[in-house]
Design a protein around this ligand. Structure first.
Ligand SMILES: NC(=O)c1ccc[n+]([C@@H]2O[C@H](COP(=O)([O-])OP(=O)(O)OC[C@H]3O[C@@H](n4cnc5c(N)ncnc54)[C@H](OP(=O)(O)O)[C@@H]3O)[C@@H](O)[C@H]2O)c1
Length: 262
């Protein structure tokens, strides 16, 4: 069935937000780091998209303090808030059981590995500990989570894994500008290689694994001078997600679906 609904509007910065949900065709989604920034915006748009998504699982580290997420869940009965610290691997078995209870036999159509941190320490000062922290949150956690949830993704209709990466992880585009952000950049390059490699491994199961750069967005991580509003970036990423097919697997795309150089 080909669903298409257009709710275009201009945000406060004259950026066209296109909430087209054409063929997104998912009934279950999980977004990590969903209490603020891009993750929260993903949940906001997915929760209200048409046709209605049955279950939008929004994970965050501290559900008690996730006020905006809680108010979204109050007005959207398809939003479920689950606690997840992506580096707390000991919690993964219990977390998997909670997700399985929500999605049931439908499995998980779309995993959005969004949670991330930016340790901005410059090239001449970054510590080994900062490198390891950035790697763990941005690359190891998302990889282990994708692997853990694979049995649920495998039984779903759409079978999508999306990693929110960054052009900062592009080797071709890299420079020492602004101190270089070596820990962050290396962690995003690492996220790309593990997402692509794992994606290749699970291609046989029909799973499509893609990396996105959301653009420079106004969030706590992106800062107030960023170029894009979160609603603009997320609506475009959702639109691009709706077009993904087996040939897309292993791609590194910007929010508009254009390839980002490796
Ligand atoms: N904004 C940009 O310009 C931009 C550009 C390129 C890529 N990105 C990527 O987009 C993603 C979202 O970024 P954002 O701009 O929305 O950042 P943000 O506003 O700082 O939000 C980051 C989110 O990640 C969560 N998080 C951090 N560490 C976590 C952990 N160990 N376990 C679970 N959740 C954790 C945070 O939870 P807490 O609230 O608990 O800390 C928060 O929900 C990141 O992967 C980032 O690298 C952003």
């Amino acid at each position: 069935m080909l669903f298409s609904m257009h709710l275009n509007y201009k945000n406060d910065y004259n950026q066209t937000v296109n909430t087209t949900t054409k063929m997104l065709d998912v009934s279950t989604v999980l977004v990590t780091g969903a209490n603020r920034g891009l993750g929260l915006e993903f949940v906001r748009q997915l929760a209200s998209s048409e046709p209605k998504i049955s279950h939008v699982i929004a994970t965050c580290r501290d559900p008690d303090s996730a006020e905006e997420l809680k108010s979204l869940a109050k007005t959207n009965d398809n939003v479920h808030i689950l606690k997840l610290e992506v580096t707390d691997y000991n919690s993964y078995d219990a977390f998997y059981a909670e997700v399985e209870k929500i999605v049931g036999e439908s499995g998980l159509d779309l995993l959005i590995n969004n949670a991330g941190i930016l340790i901005p320490t410059p090239l001449d000062a970054v510590t080994p500990e900062e490198f390891m922290k950035n790697f763990e949150v941005n690359a190891v956690g998302p990889y282990v989570l994708a692997r853990k949830l694979t049995p649920l993704i495998k039984i779903s209709q759409r079978k999508l894994i999306v990693a929110i990466s960054s052009t900062a992880g592009s080797i071709e585009r890299s420079s020492a500008r602004m101190g270089g952000f070596p820990a962050y950049k290396a962690s995003k390059a690492a996220l790309n290689i593990v997402t692509r490699t794992y994606g290749d491994h699970v291609k046989k199961d029909g799973i499509i694994s893609v990396m996105f750069c959301p653009g420079w967005c106004k969030t706590d991580l992106g800062g107030p001078n960023a170029m894009l509003e979160t609603d603009f970036s997320v609506s475009n990423m959702i639109k691009t997600i709706s077009t993904l097919n087996a040939d897309s697997s292993g791609s590194f795309l910007n929010y508009e679906g254009k390839p980002v150089p490796w």
